[in-house]
Design a binder for this molecule. Structure first.
Ligand code: P5A
Ligand code: ZN
Length: 477
């Protein structure tokens, strides 16, 4: 796609590393001339396609995919007071068709509640119509004023997966929130990305929601990235959009709703958490190319080696692997470097000596080298990729464990939050949260925390001493 540009900055310089890897591993081109809008290179897009393939697979078990318009008429957008307050400064408006000023201004969806719910109100008639569970994967627009960053803070979110559900009761919607949280957990487990689940404080919940449960990943620099949110909407939107159903007794009842979303931030987390100084590291399930074969050519044995590589490729392709032979006329070392940057999980080297002894040299993206017999190759490669996936997951888990610290004093909290996530006890009062922010420089990210690293032990609130449950503070993207 473009010329090589030398070694990556080290990952410990995360910001520089992140910008460079997007370019060198051909994920995004950031040169598009509108702030906050970026271009997917085909390689990045192939990663996106497989990542969202997993998300679709999980959702399709009991959701249906749909597609709503991008444009929302002003009068619908302006109906739900909290929602408007939350988004009014972020909305792009379409005001003209050609030279003619539109009678009704049209919003570019920042999210689709106000596009979808007027239609839901037409669709929902009886309790027999419920639940409704739809999702769409679309672009949305938010005029973000904080520092924009590819895949992380976009003005055009290109890969916004939003699900919108309708239920009979508040309790049913609450159950759906839990199912969505479980679904997101499963999704991130498939990516090998550890997440912390917590409830956002009241002042940080989604505009129009009763409460918000968020999933956060910890980036290499210790800042957290919100990589998905699930909102209980109660009957707030069904009141506004008059979404009522007839219950079995023939009484009209307000519907209850949830919505939940994930954006291409999931790919930012995937890249950042697994990658290293040499480039991407991708789970085999997601890697656009899973195996690269590098022929080691020796004078006089060119045809031999070529044939062995072709046979190997055919065998692997037949077994369903995404595999390629790198026949370019460059040094093997340059080929290794190239494929490592792009995160190929497994490299197979085959030269005259290997052919003579009926073996292939396998090297994983972690640098582990194993000699594989040509006879049992399919079984061995299956095992190698499976243990590679497991090792990726474990390394990320270990890292996350190191980035989370239990603290009991403000001094410790401040220090821990400079490097990662600090777990402390907080009673839930806003005044105590303000004090924590004043003393440590970082705000409460969430309480009601669910994470294998963070217990559920109660303790005295770090500010007022009242019996309290664990909460987390962290610097955030
Ligand atoms: C849930 C889906 C919503 O919009 N409506 C439909 C609800 N929630 S949210 O929290 O505002 O967004 C969902 C997730 O999208 C990611 N996100 C972004 N990603 C990239 N660039 C942005 N500007 C951006 N804004 C939000 C977050 O991961 C968020 O949790
Ligand atoms: Zn307190």
């Amino acid at each position: 796609m473009h010329e090589e540009s030398g070694a990556l900055p080290q990952k410990c310089d995360f910001s520089a590393w992140y910008n460079d890897i997007l370019w060198q591993a051909e994920i995004m081109d950031v040169r598009y001339p509108v702030k906050g809008l970026y271009v997917w290179y085909p390689h990045g897009f192939a990663i996106r396609k497989r990542t969202y393939g997993i998300l679709r697979e999980l959702l399709d078990r009991d959701h249906e995919e749909t597609l709503f318009p991008l444009l929302i008429p002003e009068h619908e957008f302006m109906k739900e007071a909290e929602h408007i307050k939350g988004f009014e400064e972020e909305v792009y408006w379409v005001t003209h068709g050609g030279l003619t000023e539109l009678d009704v201004k049209l919003a570019l969806r920042p999210t689709s509640e106000t596009a979808i719910y007027p239609m839901y109100s037409l669709w929902v008639r009886s309790h027999a119509d419920l639940p409704i569970k739809l999702y769409q994967i679309v672009n949305t627009f938010r005029y973000e004023t904080k520092h924009t960053r590819p895949l992380i803070r976009l003005r055009e979110i290109t890969s916004f997966k939003e699900a919108h559900t309708v239920h009979t009761t508040w309790k049913e919607a609450e159950k759906q929130v839990e199912e969505a949280v479980a679904l997101y957990s499963e999704f991130y487990a498939r990516l090998g990305v550890p997440i912390i689940i917590s409830r956002r404080p009241e002042w940080d919940k989604f505009p129009g929601a009763d409460y918000t449960i968020a999933t956060d990943a910890i980036m290499p620099d210790g800042k957290t990235l919100q990589v998905g949110t699930v909102h209980h909407l109660g009957d707030n939107f069904s009141r506004t959009f008059d979404m009522k159903y007839e219950d079995p007794e023939g009484v009209q009842q307000l519907a209850h709703q949830t919505c939940y979303g994930i954006s291409e931030r999931c790919i930012a987390a995937l890249i950042s958490i697994h990658g290293d100084d040499r480039g991407l590291i991708l789970p085999p399930e997601i890697a656009p190319m899973q195996i690269v074969i590098v022929p080691i050519i020796k004078k006089g044995r060119e045809n031999d080696v070529q044939k062995a590589a072709d046979d190997l490729e055919a065998t692997l392709r037949g077994a369903g692997y995404r595999v390629t032979i790198d026949t370019r006329n460059i040094r093997p070392g340059a080929k290794y470097y190239y494929w490592e940057m792009r995160g190929v999980p497994l490299r197979l080297e085959i030269g005259p000596r290997d052919i003579d002894s009926g073996v292939v040299m396998a090297a994983t993206r972690f640098g582990e080298k194993i000699q594989v017999s040509r006879v049992t190759i399919l079984e061995e490669i299956g095992n190698l990729l499976e243990s590679f996936r497991e090792e990726m997951r474990q390394r990320a888990e270990t890292r996350a464990g190191e980035q989370i610290k239990q603290v009991s004093t403000m001094g410790e909290a401040k220090e821990a939050a400079e490097k990662g996530v600090a777990v402390l006890h907080w009673c839930g009062d806003e005044a105590c949260a303000d004090m924590i922010e004043k003393e440590t420089g970082v705000g409460i990210l969430g309480d009601d925390v669910r994470s294998s690293y963070i217990g559920d032990k109660t303790g005295p609130c770090i500010v007022c001493g009242k019996e309290a449950r664990p909460a987390i503070i962290a610097r955030t993207y």
